[in-house]
Design a protein around this ligand. Structure first.
Ligand code: ATP
Length: 221
């Protein structure tokens, strides 16, 4: 499957955050999205997930015009938001089967490293890092063909970064994955293509030098 964004404009009042730019995501690839704080990465993901409306947009799914507002009901895109959307009063072990219907996929979450240490706790009692890790596993193992990860490494201790990278890599064959995180080395290690948002435009990134050139990474001394 292939998502093609020919154009996305988003203004907040008179402020233009996104202004056009071509962007593509296919199943079978992991694509990185870089950009300075406030450049519009989360905004772009929310628009594609369908929880925020673009000012104007032109998006295609396999060459057919695609309305992102339908992505949730069509189970097209699983999305890890920057801030948790999980209900706090449920126990982790009760939440997992509510989010994931498939028994095999449920077991992947249950038997992921570390989950057994907190699966008897309520979601609201988890630490920020545990919550982020749980939410990552839940969206990663959904059966959706596309996966968008907004800061999957943030707040999570370094030992788990490796696990998260392994899960992302293991899903590449079956999904199109878009990932953004300021732990840019982790992103760089798992992606096979990269973009950066620069002044509202989507720019293709071929090398880390280009991340320096566009002002994302500091120049080397
Ligand atoms: N609902 C909103 N109303 C007004 N402005 C908003 C709204 N949501 C986001 N913005 C603004 O849009 C810009 C882009 O925000 P966004 O969260 O997409 O950036 P980001 O690239 O994800 O940043 P970060 O790396 O800090 O997470 C910011 O200046 C933000 O203040």
């Amino acid at each position: 499957m292939h998502l093609s964004i020919q154009k996305i404009d988003k203004n907040f009042g008179k402020r233009a955050i996104l202004n056009g730019g071509h962007f593509e995501l296919s199943t079978g690839e992991i694509v990185g999205l870089f950009g300075r704080n406030g450049s519009g990465k989360s905004t772009l993901m929310k628009i594609l997930f369908g929880t925020m409306r673009a000012t104007t947009s032109s998006v295609y799914l396999d060459t057919v015009p695609f309305d992102p507002a339908t992505s949730i009901t069509r189970k097209l895109i699983a999305y890890l938001p920057q801030h948790s959307m999980l209900p706090s009063d449920l126990k982790v072990r009760d939440l997992i089967p509510l989010v994931i219907a498939n028994g095999e996929a449920q077991n992947r979450v249950f038997y992921s490293p570390g989950v057994a240490s907190f699966d008897n706790q309520r979601v609201g009692a988890l630490s920020i890092g545990q919550l982020k890790y749980l939410e990552f596993l839940l969206v990663a193992y959904l059966d959706h063909p596309f996966l968008m990860l907004d800061e999957p490494f943030s707040m999570i201790d370094p030992l788990y970064h490796q696990i998260i990278k392994e899960v992302i890599r293991s899903l590449r064959e079956s999904k199109g994955i878009l990932v953004t995180d300021h732990y840019y080395e982790n992103v760089w290690q798992v992606t096979n293509r990269n973009y950066m948002l620069v002044d509202g435009s989507v720019v293709t990134i071929e090398s880390k030098e280009e991340l320096i050139k566009h002002g994302y990474l500091p120049s080397r001394a």
